[in-house]
Design a protein around this ligand. Structure first.
Ligand code: BEZ
Length: 251
């Protein structure tokens, strides 16, 4: 199980939910609907959805995230549940997920769990990192590990970034009818001079937990040096994000 620093996430990675706001528009939640948010993090988008008058349940595998969500939004319902193993009777009008499914290894199972939780004609609206996502950052982490003789353990790589075909297959295998799916490049600004370093500190920690603080510092500095020509633009760091976004429907 990964450790998530909910406070750091809210302080320095707010862009994750800011970008998700137009996904909420696509979800188009309605008063009276029951909606499940899979991988809800600290609950900001679940709260956005609930402003429509829909009743939202947020689930996340990380207890620290759910505790933070519950503290911020005490009137809402959150619970610690893993995307690969949760199970609900069919009761939701919609399932929503932003920037979460790429943290889940068995995406076929996740999609099946979402299908099973939906009422007939329910919709599944989601976005996740797709093929090519953060390719230059991953390459830089590998090159740096090599140069600094740091162990880079592929088995700890926490993400799966599917192609559009792979995600379409998961959805169709589960029984969904595809409404729309697209794979697109979405350069993502990382706020401030320290943007890339903050990103590495928050998200690569799962792979580099075995390092001392000094070793981590060296890793971050070398990644910055390697990536500056490619990812440092006029207004600061911009990560090479690619997304898969889809709407699918249960028949
Ligand atoms: C993403 O949203 O694409 C992402 C975030 C953190 C780590 C890896 C990918």
């Amino acid at each position: 199980m990964m450790n998530w620093n909910a406070e750091l996430y809210d302080k320095k990675h707010k862009f994750v939910s800011n970008f998700g706001e137009d996904l909420v528009s696509l979800l188009h939640p309605q008063r009276g609907e029951h909606i499940l948010d899979v991988g809800c993090g600290t609950g900001d988008l679940a709260y956005e959805i609930s402003k429509s008058g829909a009743t939202v349940t947020g689930i996340d595998a990380a207890q620290s995230m759910i505790e933070a969500a519950q503290e911020k939004y005490p009137h809402m319902h959150f619970s610690v549940q893993d995307g690969e193993s949760f199970s609900f009777e069919p009761q939701f009008h919609a399932v929503f997920s932003n920037a979460a499914i790429h943290w889940m290894k068995n995406q076929q199972k996740v999609v099946q769990n979402c299908f099973d939780a939906l009422l007939p004609t329910g919709r599944f609206v989601a976005e996740l990192g797709g093929a090519n996502n953060i390719q230059s950052i991953v390459e830089a982490m590998k090159t740096t590990s090599d140069r600094l003789s740091i162990l880079y353990d592929e088995t700890l790589f926490p993400w799966v970034f599917p192609t559009k075909d792979e995600m379409s297959k998961h959805l169709e295998n589960a029984g969904f009818t595809m409404i729309t799916i697209k794979h697109y490049e979405r350069p993502t600004p990382l706020v401030g001079e320290e943007g890339l370093r903050n990103w590495l500190e928050m998200f690569s920690n799962h792979m580099f937990n075995h390092l001392t603080n000094d070793e981590k510092e060296a890793l971050y500095s070398e990644c910055e040096r390697i990536l500056r020509p490619q990812l440092y633009k006029e207004n600061g760091w911009v990560a090479d994000y690619w997304r898969i976004r889809f709407i699918a429907q249960k028949p």
